[in-house]
Write a new protein. Structure first.
Length: 316
C-alpha cells in the first residue's frame, strides 16, 4: 500500500467500465497517454497485464475481473466520505446509466425522462442493452446504476425491487382476420408465432456471477402445455431479440405475436397492432429493478430508484 498511488485505482476503474483507453480518459479527465502510463505503473506493481487489447476493446484478465468490484467499493466509500451528503437534482449534471431491454425502454423510460426534464434538467441518462452478456459485471463495477428486467437467484451483493407483474397477450396486424376478436387456442395453434428471445439462450435463462435473468420473453411452458391439450405444438416461426420490431414483422402476415401487455398497449395506441387476451390463464412475470448494495444509501441513486419506481407505476 505504501507504493500505491490511489489515482491508479481511479484509472483502473475507468478502464474497467469503459473497456477503452480513450473513453476512460475522457471519463476522468486524462489524456490517453496518461491512462496508458497509469496502467503500466499498476501492471508493474501488481505483476499482471490487467487488460489485454482485443478487437472488442480492452478485455480484463482474471485478476482484473476479481479486483474490479472491490476497487469500485473502495472508490465509492471514499467518495461517500468526502463528497456531498445530499443530491440536488435541479443543479446536478449526473449521467445516470440504466440497463434495459427495448420493452422496458419503451414502457418505463419515457415516464422517467419526463421527470428528468422537469426535476433534473441538467442530468442525462445512458441506456445500455440489458441483453449484454456481461450485464452482471457492469453492475458490479458500477458502470450500470440500475438494471430493469426479470431476475432470479439474486446474490447478496445486489438488491432487487419489484416494479410490477406483467402478463402476456396476443398481437396480430390491424387487418388480420382475427383482429378485434377473441382468439381461441385452436385458432392460435393454426398461426405462425413470432416471439422474443433476448440473447437467444435455449432454456430462456442466463446466469452470470450469481445473477439469473430471463431471456426468453414469453411463457413457453404454458404455451406448449395449452397447445398439447389439443394435440398441437407451437409453430415458433420467428424467434428474435427485438420487441419493437414486432409490429413491422407482423404487418402483412397471418402470424400472431406474444408480447407483454404494457408494450402491446403502446403499439395498440399507435394503431400498429390489434391485441387480444390469450385464451388461458398464466402466472404473471415479475419485472424488477436491480442495483448493487454499495448504492443503497447514495442520495443520487436513491433519487433515481424512486423516480424509476414512479415511472413504472405510471406505465400501468
Amino acid at each position: 500500500m505504501n507504493n500505491l498511488d490511489l489515482n491508479l485505482l481511479v484509472v483502473f476503474d475507468a478502464v474497467m467500465r469503459e473497456r477503452n483507453v480513450l473513453r476512460a480518459g475522457q471519463a476522468i479527465g486524462l489524456s490517453p497517454s496518461a491512462v496508458s502510463h497509469a496502467l503500466s505503473r499498476l501492471r508493474a506493481l501488481l505483476n499482471d497485464e490487467l487488460f489485454v487489447r482485443t478487437a472488442a476493446g480492452m478485455a480484463p484478465t482474471a485478476r482484473a475481473t476479481e479486483m474490479a468490484p472491490l476497487v469500485r467499493d473502495a472508490l465509492v466509500a471514499a467518495e461517500r466520505a468526502i463528497g456531498s451528503p445530499v443530491f440536488e437534482p435541479e443543479t446536478s449534471a449526473r449521467q445516470f446509466c440504466i440497463a434495459a431491454t427495448d420493452y422496458m425502454t419503451a414502457v418505463v423510460v419515457p415516464h422517467f425522462l419526463r421527470t428528468l426534464a422537469s426535476l433534473a434538467p441538467h442530468a442525462g441518462v445512458t441506456i445500455l442493452p440489458a441483453t449484454r452478456i456481461d450485464l452482471t459485471a457492469q453492475i458490479d463495477v458500477g458502470r450500470v446504476d440500475v438494471a430493469l428486467g426479470s431476475f432470479s437467484d439474486i446474490p447478496h451483493r445486489l438488491r432487487a425491487q419489484l416494479l410490477f407483474d406483467e402478463r402476456d397477450v396476443a398481437m396480430v396486424a390491424p387487418d388480420h382476420p382475427l383482429a378485434g376478436r377473441r382468439i381461441t387456442v385452436d385458432q392460435l395453434s393454426a398461426l405462425p408465432l413470432f416471439v422474443v428471445a433476448a440473447g437467444g439462450i435455449e432454456d430462456g435463462q442466463i446466469s452470470e456471477r450469481g445473477l439469473t435473468r430471463r431471456t426468453e420473453m414469453f411463457d413457453r411452458a404454458t404455451l406448449a402445455g395449452e397447445f398439447a391439450k389439443i394435440g398441437a405444438t407451437p409453430n415458433l416461426k420467428v424467434v428474435q431479440p427485438h420487441f419493437l420490431a414486432l409490429p413491422t414483422l407482423l404487418a402483412g402476415t397471418s402470424a400472431a405475436a406474444i408480447a407483454p401487455a404494457r408494450l402491446a398497449d403502446v403499439f395498440l395506441r399507435s394503431g400498429s397492432v390489434a391485441v387480444s387476451e390469450l385464451p388461458w390463464s398464466a402466472p404473471a412475470t415479475p419485472v424488477q429493478m436491480v442495483w448493487h448494495n454499495r448504492f443503497g444509501h447514495d442520495p443520487a441513486h436513491r433519487w433515481l430508484r424512486s423516480k424509476l419506481e414512479d415511472a413504472a407505476r405510471q406505465s400501468s
